[in-house]
Write a protein that binds this ligand. Sequence first.
Ligand SMILES: [Zn+2]
Length: 88
Amino acid sequence: MRELTPQEREALYIKHECPFCQSKKFDYGPEGGLSRNIFCTKCGAGYNVYPAELPGGQVIRHPKEGAPKEGWGSPQGIDLNDPYGGED
Ligand SMILES: [Zn+2]
């Protein structure tokens, strides 16, 4: 688990999309206090988010850690092990 980066916060809180795969579909987990867990239905990433007016939020499951099904690969052709490219 780690804190969201400013770019990830913008994606989740403003664009309402998954920072890893840009999907806009999420499963909503239980609410606990002010925070809530959400999970991307496409890549399986999980986030702990707060109301937008509050700071904070964490990545609770990276896509690499939480492949939702067998054969999960690279959404939209992005290699999440090397998201910034580099063939060699
Ligand atoms: Zn995703």
